[in-house]
Design a protein around this ligand. Structure first.
Ligand SMILES: Cc1ncc(COP(=O)(O)O)c(C=O)c1O
Length: 339
């Protein structure tokens, strides 16, 4: 264990001791149990493989200065997975079973929780799949819920520095009344092509517009978009946006810092009026945006002339991280102590 170079971990996958599994059969869930295999033995006709009956979550466990392992708003991840499951007709886990399984997976791998101030964290990945053999298009009768963990380094190696983003008008990650609001694999499959194209052009990520009219800001790669204008925190509202737990928390913090929060449709032209912009999500908390390039309109929106993040984004980032690591009091009740 002591052989892990915490400071140089990538955002990849390292094997750990064990994962947790629960099985849904005959209308009920089994108790969470530990499993040492990294593999799943599954029927080739399982509905997750053919009809996308698959939902997942992503959260992190943080090691505090006090040696306590903390989870950030784990109940919100449970609720979101339940929502995802219901929408694609899967048996949802219960909130209790979800939280218990996450804690059990961390307990079983506690030596893989990176030390305080290493910049690394333990990434937690709950997964729900339809496992019944079937060739007709209909929901599975049986399901498997599992939680695995893996230590990960910071999402952006360069740290809290502005990134460049490109607007993609040629691809959509989700349809206007589709599955963008839930965390299912199909949305990510649909997004891979635009992420690949933007990386090839040297951009960090892609800004999606609303699929129907291409008039409004949607998501920023696998993250929510937010911007600062005057004393307002502005973030887009749409059925095809995944409700980000980070964004939800930033909105609370913004209010706490005296800002007005506006969650509403954000027209593309409004980009020119923002002082700061960022992408937010569990992986990086906030990725400040330096530039947004709109190749079709031949326009560049700039948010950082000096190569640094804006003052409000920096304040929000520092506060949220301080709460996650236990450096700031948890006045919102967001933290669950694992041990
Ligand atoms: C499409 C998408 N949007 C937003 C987010 C950010 O959500 P959260 O803050 O809950 O990690 C994620 C990551 O989970 C995502 O995949």
């Amino acid at each position: 264990m002591s052989t892990i170079d915490w400071k140089n971990l990538s955002f990849g996958y390292l094997p750990t001791n064990a994962n947790v599994r629960c099985y849904y059969k005959d209308g009920k869930w089994s108790k969470p149990e530990l499993n040492n295999s990294e593999y799943i033995n599954m029927h080739m006709a399982a509905t997750c493989l053919h009809y996308g009956q698959e939902a997942f979550e992503g959260l992190k466990a943080y090691m505090g200065k006090d040696g306590k392992i903390r989870l950030f708003r784990v109940q919100e991840n449970a609720k979101r997975m339940i929502e995802s499951a219901r929408y694609i007709q899967m048996a949802p886990p219960t909130e209790e079973m979800f939280v218990e399984s996450v804690k059990m997976a961390i307990e079983a791998n506690k030596e893989f929780v990176p030390p305080y101030e290493s910049g690394a964290t333990l990434y937690v990945r709950p997964l729900l799949i339809g496992t019944s053999a079937q060739v007709g298009v209909k929901p599975s009768a049986d399901y498997m819920f599992m939680v695995f963990v893996t230590p990960v380094g910071p999402y952006f190696k360069e740290g809290f520095k502005p990134v460049n983003v490109i607007i993609d008008r040629d691809h959509d990650r989700a349809a206007p009344l589709g599955t963008g609001h839930i965390k299912v694999g199909g949305n990510y499959a649909a997004s891979l092509i635009s992420l690949d194209l933007c990386h090839k052009q040297g951009y960090s990520t892609v800004l999606y517009l609303d699929a129907a009219e291409k008039k409004y800001i949607d998501e920023c790669g696998p993250a929510n978009f937010f911007a600062i204008k005057g004393k307002s925190y502005i973030t887009p509202k749409s059925h095809s946006i995944l409700p980000s737990i980070t964004n939800m928390s930033l909105m609370e913090l913004a209010k706490d810092m005296g800002l007005t929060v506006e969650c509403r449709k954000v027209p593309v032209e409004e980009l020119s009026t923002f002082v700061e912009a960022g992408a937010c999500g569990t992986a990086a908390v906030i990725s400040p945006i330096g530039k947004i390039v709109d190749p079709n309109q031949n326009h560049v929106y700039e948010y950082s002339k000096d190569g640094n993040a804006g003052a409000i984004s920096t304040q929000l980032y520092n506060r949220l991280k301080a709460i996650q690591y236990g450096d700031e009091a948890d006045k919102f009740g967001w933290i669950t102590i694992v041990r």
